[in-house]
Every structure is written in structure tokens, then in C-alpha cells.
Design a protein around this ligand. Structure first.
Ligand code: UDP
Length: 483
């Protein structure tokens, strides 16, 4: 019935091809989008490289086409994260490399798929991660229309698009002495240079690489037939208006995707330790600090020690994700070994440590009171939608800008270190403790929790039938059907 109502009775089932960037923060929203499109009657085919390949058995409703990427495997337990600050460069280089490596095999397999179904068959379009410009070009040359999924916020896309202007005006490349200079060109967020440079904390190390990367993302959107964003109108109304003014392609604000298709089978690359949900059941409402820095961000061994004592000395219950590769230079996968002596004894009975958590469920759990986050967009959005205020400690890329938004525009978070974020300053246990207390105990924290709760309410509203995101999904479905 869903199919008939949406794709049109008597018509063939149309097929949407998807190509996610194989990183956790990009895979999750793409699979949620896949769930949404499938529920609207589309058949779904997912192209994927061997690197971080999905498990087809977890997604029986979708078809999968592996693309050999030739990336050597089995050599690494740290994919570059161990090489100090160079893990940023490794990640950026990896994205460009993946575009190159997948180009020819993707062309071959896409052509075969189209040939098997004459006249372009039932294929409606390719939805590719906006980091995969090369692959979108391949599809267009074969006559397949493309849509770009950008997994970050509207605000961060606007920063990307503004990079040439920020260069012209002399803000970028950033000079060390001017990292705190205000950038007033992108209101309403009170950005500083460090928030828009995307490589803060790396001493401007990878500025040229990031410049290439963001111009490719913007080109991917501009040359596509539409830009899909995992955000919602009430959260980013003004930013969306700017994008719609400045881009010649339609913009679809279809988020928060994870609450649209919460039943989507897990697309987690690491095994989620669900025992922590039981532990949360035993904790008082809004009492637990959840700590996680996502799938890529890392910290030095010294920072981990400061974070640990800050958490311990705050006296609050905590659930901490110590994922393999989190601590730079750690010699084992088990990061618990990097915790300081005495930490366990000091926190016995009021802490849980896991190597990977079912984060959406953790944030939605009534015991979770606050989230110490690296401000990846998925984490930020998941927190906001759960009404959980944030302790903000961004690392790189769009994270400092997200932190700025959370603290100054939504006022639902507190930047660690006062000025906060973008790698300005090392973690210090005293500051960590004070920030946790401010968030969990103080008036300020209560205000942030209230405002986060309001955002949660707005998120729930936008996915109802007449809600902004639901309407955007209708428009997206019609747009795809018209292709
Ligand atoms: N995540 C998870 N378990 C964890 C930590 C993170 O499932 O223990 C998920 C989280 O829900 C989010 C994604 O991993 O969807 C991380 O994406 P984000 O954009 O926040 O950060 P990134 O990893 O891309 O830096």
C-alpha cells in the first residue's frame, strides 16, 4: 500500500542507488535515509567499497554491490590515528584516495547494472555522499541523475561554501596569532577563525588539503540535482534560507534521519555493548554524564588522564566510551589500560566504561543527564533530539562550528575550557571537573537542559505529518520520481 500510494499504482518500483562514504558518521545517516526511501516504496541498492564494508545480512531489504577499492587490509589497528596529529591528514587523504580508487570499478559495475535493466531501467538516481564527487561525475556521464547527501549541518555547509570568500578576505589560511579573531560574515553564529578553518588544533597543517576537500563537497552539491541535509527547519531555519538563496539546486532538510527510521538495522561498524543500557536502568534520572568522542577524534595519553581525573573528581556517575584507537600512541586496543592508576578505585560503583555504545539509545535513556561530546554532527543532532545538554570539546572539521552553534545559538551546551574547542588548550582536570559540575549541578546547566528539551520537542514536531521534515521528504520523493 505504501508503494502504491507513493510510487504510483501500476508503475514499476523505482530504484535508488546509494553510495555512502565509508566512515561511521557518514554511514549512519545514509542508512537511515535508505530506510526512509525504502518505506516510501523505493527499491534500494547500496554501493560500497571493501573498506568498512556493511554487513548485508543486517539489511535484508537492500541490495548490495561491492566495489573493489584495492586498499590493503589487515595491516592496521589504527588507520593513521596513531601517527599524532597526522590522523587528520590521513583521513582527508583517505577520502580523496577512495574517490580515485573506486572510479573505474564503480563505472564498470554501474554500467553493468544499467545494462541489465534497459533504458536506464528502473533506476531513478544515485544518492552519494557529498565527499564522492568523482563517483557522482561517473554516474552523470552514464546518464544517472545524482543527489548529494551532506551528513553535516546546514551551517557547516555554508562555512564550506564560504571558504573562497574567507580566503579573499584574508581570514584563511589562518595565522596562529589570529585564531580568536571574530568572523562576523556568517551570522548568527559568533564564529572565530578557529571555528571556520576546519583544521584547528593542527596548526593549520592540512589547510590546502581541506581547501580541496571542501571545494569538492560544494561542487558535488552544485552539480547535483539536489542537496539532502540531515537537519530540520526549527534547528537551522536561517542557515537553510541562506543555502536556498545561494544554491541553484533544491535543498531537502529531511532530518533528524535517525528518528525517522529508528528501526533501521544497525549500521554500526563496531559491536555496540548493550550491557550499558542495563547499567543505566539502575541510575537515577538525568544523573549520568555520557562521554564519547565519536569514531575518529583522538586524544593524547596525557589528555586522557586529565579527562579521567576531571570526571572522577566531579563525583557524578558516568558512562564513558573508550573506543579502540582513541588514545594516540596506545599500544593496545583496550584503551582501559591507558586510564590512570587509582581511577578505578576512585570511581567504583558510579562509572561504566565500554568500547562502543548504542549511542542513540544511551542518549534517549532517562538516566542520561549530559553528553560530553566531540561535536560530530550526528552526535550533536542525536543529543539535541534527546533533549540532552552538552559539554563541548570539538576537535577538527565541522566540530568547532557545531560547538559554537550549540553554545551560543541554541544555548544548549557549554564549551570546555571557557573559550572552548578547536583544540585551543590542553585538557586540565580542574577545568573538566568545574565544567561537569556547572552542567550537571548549576543554574546554567538547568537552563541548557531546558533549551535542549525545547529542541527535542521541535524535533518531534518536524517529523509529524504536517512537520517541516516530513514535507521535505514528500518533496524529495516526488523529485526522485520525476527524474
Ligand atoms: N556512535 C555509536 N556508539 C558510540 C559512539 C558513537 O554508535 O559509542 C555513533 C553515533 O551515534 C553517531 C556516530 O557514531 O551516529 C558518530 O558520528 P559523529 O558525526 O557524531 O562523529 P564522527 O564519528 O563522524 O566523528
Amino acid at each position: 500500500a505504501v508503494h502504491a500510494a507513493v510510487a504510483g499504482a501500476g508503475h514499476r518500483r523505482r530504484r535508488v542507488l546509494l553510495f555512502p562514504l565509508p566512515l561511521q558518521g557518514h554511514i549512519n545517516p545514509m542508512f537511515h535515509l535508505a530506510g526512509v526511501l525504502h518505506a516510501r516504496g523505493f527499491a534500494v541498492t547500496v554501493f560500497h567499497p571493501g573498506f568498512n564494508a556493511p554487513d548485508p545480512s543486517l539489511h535484508p531489504a537492500f541490495d548490495f554491490v561491492p566495489i573493489p577499492d584495492g586498499i590493503p587490509r589487515g595491516d592496521g589497528d589504527d588507520d593513521g590515528a596513531g601517527a599524532g596529529g597526522d590522523y587528520l591528514q590521513a583521513t582527508l587523504a583517505g577520502i580523496l584516495d577512495l574517490n580515485r580508487r573506486c572510479k573505474a570499478p564503480f563505472r564498470e559495475r554501474l554500467a553493468a547494472l544499467l545494462e541489465a535493466a534497459p533504458d536506464g531501467g528502473d533506476v531513478a538516481c544515485l544518492v552519494a555522499d557529498a565527499h564522492l564527487l568523482t563517483l557522482m561525475d561517473v554516474a552523470r556521464r552514464l546518464g544517472v541523475p545524482t543527489l548529494a547527501l551532506r551528513t553535516g549541518s546546514s551551517a557547516s555547509f555554508r562555512i564550506f561554501a564560504a571558504h573562497p570568500m574567507l580566503r579573499d578576505k584574508g581570514y584563511l589560511p589562518a595565522r596562529e596569532s589570529e585564531l580568536d579573531a571574530p568572523v562576523t560574515l556568517l551570522p548568527p553564529a559568533p564564529y572565530r577563525v578557529r571555528d571556520v578553518m576546519l583544521t584547528a588544533g593542527f596548526g593549520g597543517h592540512a589547510q590546502d588539503q581541506i581547501y580541496e576537500l571542501v571545494s569538492r563537497v560544494v561542487a558535488a552539491a552544485r552539480t547535483s540535482s539536489g542537496l539532502i541535509l540531515n537537519t530540520f527547519d526549527a534547528l537551522e531555519h536561517d542557515e537553510l534560507a541562506v543555502l536556498r538563496r545561494d544554491l541553484d539546486v533544491p535543498v531537502f532538510d529531511v532530518g533528524p534521519l535517525h528518528i525517522f527510521s529508528p528501526a533501521a538495522p544497525s549500521s554500526s561498524l563496531l559491536r555496540q555493548d548493550r550491557s550499558c543500557l542495563e547499567w543505566l536502568d539502575s541510575q537515577a534520572p538525568a544523573s549520568v554524564l555520557y562521554v564519547s568522542f565519536g569514531s575518529i577524534a583522538s586524544m593524547s595519553a596525557g589528555e586522557l588522564v586529565e579527562a579521567a581525573w576531571g570526571i572522577a573528581n566531579s563525583g557524578h556517575p558516568f558512562l564513558w566510551v573508550l573506543r579502540p584507537g582513541l588514545v594516540r600512541g596506545a599500544t593496545t586496543q583496550d584503551q582501559v589500560a591507558a586510564l590512570p592508576d587509582g581511577f578505578d578505585a576512585a570511581t567504583r560503583g558510579r562509572g561504566a566504561v565500554v568500547s562502543w555504545a548504542p549511542q542513540e539509545e544511551v542518549l534517549a535513556h532517562p538516566a542520561t543527564g549530559a553528553f560530553w561530546t566531540h561535536c560530530g554532527w550526528n552526535s550533536t543532532l542525536e543529543s539535541v533530539c534527546a533533549g540532552v545538554p552538552m559539554l563541548l570539546r570539538p576537535c577538527f572539521g565541522d566540530q568547532p562550528g557545531n560547538a559554537r552553534y550549540a553554545e551560543h545559538v541554541w544555548r544548549a551546551g557549554l564549551a570546555l575550557d571557557g573559550g572552548g574547542g578547536g583544540g585551543d588548550g590542553e585538557l586540565e582536570r580542574g577545568k573538566v571537573e568545574a565544567a561537569i559540575r556547572r552542567l550537571m549541578e548549576g543554574e546554567d546547566g538547568a537552563g541548557m537542559r531546558r533549551r535542549a528539551g525545547e529542541l527535542k520537542r521541535r524535533a518531534a514536531e518536524c517529523i509529524t505529518k504536517a512537520g517541516s521534515s516530513c514535507i521535505s521528504i514528500d518533496k524529495l520523493v516526488n523529485h526522485i520520481l520525476s527524474m
